[in-house]
Write a new protein. Structure first.
Length: 302
């Protein structure tokens, strides 16, 4: 298996009335992938793949124009023209594109009543945009490029048909996500963060779902586990978001009306046990998740 992707994206801001900023930043990438698949039987296969991908930063990494009234400025290097007038070099943004080299190995087993898949991945990121542990005035995380980061993990995904009406499925991911080469300056001091965990990445994730279904009605219960993770890259225990488990239930009922249309009613209760937990955080600022909440919907298909 081979794949080659050609990507062209371009950011452009012109006629800005506040700071009179005008710039165009183009990005052109070639992303190749090569892999091999071996069908060991009618039910199982093994595969391996290598890929290299490049992705541009967000526009907000170049210039948070909506915040310019509060002091945000374009994030580009300054031209040294000797005139003393501040001029930006719009060919040289601070934020660099991310580059990823990815290796994946896995195997899959599938029958009419069961499915399981094991996948191992090794991702080497060059210039990955990671959280700096700071927030802007709107509470959005500030990011910067890390010279080298590494994501290693193993994923297990499985499903089993219990009988005509009941299915059970789930997945689990165990990973290690670390800064390999990353230094920052804070208050004029150089900090070496080599080997620290990357903010926002839990070591353990898991989901388990039980589903009942017939021709018109579907009901499912989902339990999700998210392991603890740091909210910045400094490995400070007070900046660790605790692990949490949350459960949801969902029901769908389809009402056939005519040969060419039907109506689907949907109801969902999220966080059914009303668990109080922190969903995420930035540095020493933590953000609680919603308590028990409800969602109802109706879809008409013509």
């Amino acid at each position: 298996m081979t794949d080659m992707q050609f990507v062209f994206n371009q950011y452009k801001i012109e006629n800005e009335k506040f700071l009179h900023t005008n710039f165009t930043v183009p990005y052109f990438f070639i992303n190749p992938r090569i892999g091999i698949n071996y069908n060991a039987s009618d039910f199982s296969n093994m595969y391996a793949s290598l890929s290299y991908t490049t992705r541009e930063p967000r526009l907000r990494n170049l210039y948070a124009a909506e915040d310019s009234y509060f002091g945000a400025t374009p994030q580009f290097h300054i031209k040294n023209n000797g005139s003393g007038i501040r001029q930006y070099n719009f060919d040289a943004p601070f934020a660099r594109p991310e580059h990823l080299f990815n290796v994946e190995l896995g195997t899959t087993y599938r029958t009419s009543v069961s499915y399981c898949k094991i996948n191992f991945y090794w991702m080497e990121f060059f210039d990955e945009l990671v959280k700096s542990g700071q927030l802007d005035i709107f509470g959005q995380p500030v990011t910067g490029n890390a010279e080298l980061t590494r994501h290693l993990g193993i994923e297990y995904d499985a499903a089993q048909k219990l009988n005509r009406y009941f299915d059970i499925s789930g997945n689990i991911t165990v990973s290690d996500n670390r800064l390999i080469d990353y230094e920052i300056f804070e208050n004029g001091t150089k900090l070496n963060l080599h080997g620290n965990p990357i903010a926002g990445f839990p070591t353990l994730l898991g989901n388990l779902r039980l589903t009942y279904h017939n021709e018109q009605f579907t009901f499912s219960a989902l339990t999700k586990y998210v392991g603890s993770f740091y909210t910045d890259n400094f490995r400070i225990e007070e900046h660790r978001n605790d692990a949490y488990t949350v459960s949801n239930i969902e029901a769908l009922y389809t009402i056939p009306t005519t040969i060419t249309s039907n109506i689907t009613l949907r109801g969902e209760i999220r966080n059914i046990f009303n668990t109080l937990y922190l969903m995420t955080g930035e540095g020493n600022a933590f953000f609680p998740a919603a308590e028990r909440n409800y969602l109802f919907g109706c879809t008409v298909t013509l």
